[in-house]
Write a protein that binds this ligand. Structure first.
Ligand code: ZN
Length: 273
């Protein structure tokens, strides 16, 4: 198993299986926490069903409720409110955590993945907030990051507050890499991706185009003003590293990795490590 430290990520295994811990920069320490639960006994056989996953996570949730949207490869982001927590399932591919929705930080955000790119965006400016997104082929073509970013800017501006891109941090991955992620050139959407993502993030080989999800998302983040130094990418392909990750394209048709994020720290998770 690949384990170790990457910029912004700590990859290893703990109780329940493989996991990726998001390493917070100093301004976010104790304010935002996130973890990606990967292949292992905690998630094996759950079939990506949030209620089953939440049940198995049990004490790790520390009594907090879990917002777990019904993912539809769209661009909608749901507000992290207790009213949208399980057993509710709102159709969305993102969750926004802010104390405007959840005064006491009692709600955790979650999304599920097997090849699609998990995204975490967070800042302590103007106050601690975090957004998680599910950005696969279709979500990236629809630019879920860009849509969400514009929504965030408007959300805080509308309250007389401002986002500061220079003080915003972003994490992307793990996702299926350009080594393994191919689409047929007979597919209209593949041609569109090739044209829009450009030669830096697409490459033709035979009748296929290899696509770089993480690369194109990172480029869009930089274009939004988030500095390169604040953008963390995990360069492990989910399909090449199936001992750690679930990969839909490599045969994990049901099970999913689970990204969970919350505001404030999660001491119970520390204890479970
Ligand atoms: Zn690969």
């Amino acid at each position: 198993m690949t384990s170790g430290q990457f910029r912004g990520f700590s990859v290893g295994s703990g109780e329940g299986g493989c996991r990726v811990d998001y390493v917070m920069p100093e301004p976010l320490r104790g304010k935002v926490e996130a973890i990606l639960l990967c292949r292992g006994e905690l998630l094996d056989g759950t079939g990506g069903a949030p209620s089953l996953i939440a049940g198995r996570m049990g004490h790790l949730l520390g009594g907090r409720s879990l917002v777990a949207p019904w993912q539809v490869h769209g661009t909608a982001v749901v507000q992290g409110r207790a009213m949208w927590a399980l057993p509710q399932r709102v159709k969305a591919d993102g969750v926004h955590l802010d104390r405007a929705f959840d005064r006491n930080c009692e709600v955790l955000a979650s999304l599920r993945f097997a090849d699609c790119a998990p995204i975490l965006i967070a800042s302590a400016i103007p106050r601690p907030w975090a957004v998680i997104l599910h950005s696969g082929f279709r979500g990236t073509l629809r630019d879920i990051f860009g849509e969400s970013w514009r929504g965030l800017v408007n959300f805080y501006r509308g309250r007389g507050l401002g986002l500061d891109p220079a003080e915003t941090y972003a994490w992307i991955g793990p996702a299926i890499g350009p080594c393994c992620f191919t689409r047929a050139l007979t597919e209209e959407a593949a041609l569109r991706a090739e044209e829009e993502w450009g030669p830096d993030h697409s490459r033709r080989e035979g009748g296929l185009v290899h696509l770089d999800l993480i690369g194109v998302i990172a480029e869009r983040m930089r274009a939004s003003g988030i500095p390169s130094r604040n953008i963390m990418t995990l360069p492990l392909c989910t399909s090449c590293n199936r001992d750690m990750f679930y990969s839909y394209r490599s045969g994990d048709s049901e099970d999913r990795m689970t990204l969970v994020a919350g505001l404030k720290s999660m001491p119970l998770w520390e204890a479970a490590r």
